[in-house]
Write a protein that binds this ligand. Sequence first.
Ligand code: NAD
Length: 589
Amino acid sequence: MTRRFSTVGVVGLGTMGAGIAEVLARTGRTVVAVDVDEAGVTRGRGHLEHSTGRAVARGKLTAEARAALLARITCTTSLTALSDADLVVEAVPERVGLKAGVFAELDRICRPDTVFASNTSALSITEIGVRTGRPGKVVGLHFFNPTPVLKLVEVVRTVVTEPDVVDDVVAFAESLGKTPVVIGDRAGFIANALLFGYLNHAVRMYESRYASREDLDAAMRYGCGYPMGPLALLDLIGLDTAHEILGTMYRQSRDRLHAPAPLLKQMVTAGLLGRKSGRGFYTYDGPDSPTVVPDAPVAVVEPASAREVRRVGVVGTGTMATGIAEVFAKRGYDVVVRARSLDKAEAAVGRVGASLDRAVVKGRLAAADRDAALARVTPAVEFADLASCDLVVEAVAEELAVKTAVFQALDEVCRPGAVLATTTSSLPVVECAAATSRPGDVVGLHFFNPAPVMELVEVVETITTAPDVVATARRVCLDLGKRPVHCRDRAGFIVNALLFPYLNDAVKMLEAHYATADDIDHAMKVGCSLPMGPFELLDVVGLDVSLAIERALYLEFREAGLAPAPLLEHLVTAGRLGRKTGKGFRDHT
Ligand code: NAD
């Protein structure tokens, strides 16, 4: 007979426990919530009142329903109040000894048939379960933060969990309006195992001053459509929890990419735990507040003055080149599109026109503005036609020899002081700079595809780029309505260096038969609110392109954990490249 779990205990009323109690009470369960002391209970009640109060203010809950909801939750400091619970969900801090101790005590207090669930993010459910007298009735029930909003729940079964307990907990999670996935007991389960390597990498980038916290966060929001950047997300999760999760993952994987960044430990020791303490990577206007405030008087650094840019050259005729030409022309710059033959150059200008036409049809551009933009674009064959350009953006094939030849040619013809930019996504910008006699004028301008739509541009500074060239690149991006982020010349820059190791980890997880591609995609979309799951994204990007980026990252950093997954190599060898060939991780019809 299916267990109904009508009385549910929640132990630990912090960030997660309070959210879990709210979700349970919303669906009519009687909730007995226990925290360690009165202060914990008061804080937990505060969370509950605040969250349900906001739901009323937003019209999602009536005042009466709120009162009834809160009345269904009893808060106490005594575990013995859980003697009648059908299910207990534990959400105390992420320490195995603490959790096992709580369950050992509950084992004595609760009925023998009471099911125990831990909300741990990464700890071993097996290890927790065997410390009780009922390991068959112990599961992981991993909710996501904020619990009332995010629909994913990972149900973790151990090798000894009784199958009917798993079935009943799954049905229970569904009755809460959640979408559960069932998986085995591995550090970090699906979502955290894939998420935390990425978050840790972002901390390391910040720690090494590779990019600022704002630029790291903006890169993932505007470049990948993530709802939050990695550092803001760490502040939401809590840095102490994140540090524990990474520690657990590292102990299991021994992958250096999971070894917690030293900065995390320092911040935790100093009490900078993120939003819950009012300060983490960002400073908030109080504990538990989402509002970021300036954390220190900002030192005023005189920005280098930017160079004047009116006339722009674009070298290349591919998707990126035509997109970039369109962006500049729409904003009022004169644009020269240079190709290897006049036919190609004219065809590229034709594609700019066609794209502008589509914008007119969709009502996003006036016909007169389209005509004016198109009139500003001139096709060209000779590099000499770029002689008077103030900025030239190279967007030819992603091959070093091809790109350096373009830069040699630009060096011969361009006027002194012209800024020379490359859109490369994986080659060293400094190679392009070194091909010229003016390396100070060379910068990376990494646009994202489709350039007219994507806001992000990575402005890549080499060790030789002049400060006013960086300032010019930044100002031009802002003028185009883009969101420039600044980083140095390292493989993958910000976005690809953060994105592709995560995608690679997803392939390794699939290869290890831990979860299916559907479950992994589901976990990342529903648990982390990502716009696409990793396998969907890999099929869209192209497996050959993805493999090339992963190889470039591996060759640059020589981290074992970055080595491309053999499964990806095999799919590429077999010609399964994703959507473009109709088959990749999935078949596309
Ligand atoms: P938290 O620090 O916000 O809350 C922990 C709560 O447990 C506090 O209220 C504390 O007073 C209470 N507590 C401590 N010892 C206790 C005891 N012996 N008995 C009863 N209560 C006790 O932590 P959190 O972020 O809510 O994390 C709780 C668990 O949920 C952890 O295992 C964490 O890994 C997991 N988790 C966290 C997130 C997240 O984003 N923060 C997401 C999913 C799962």
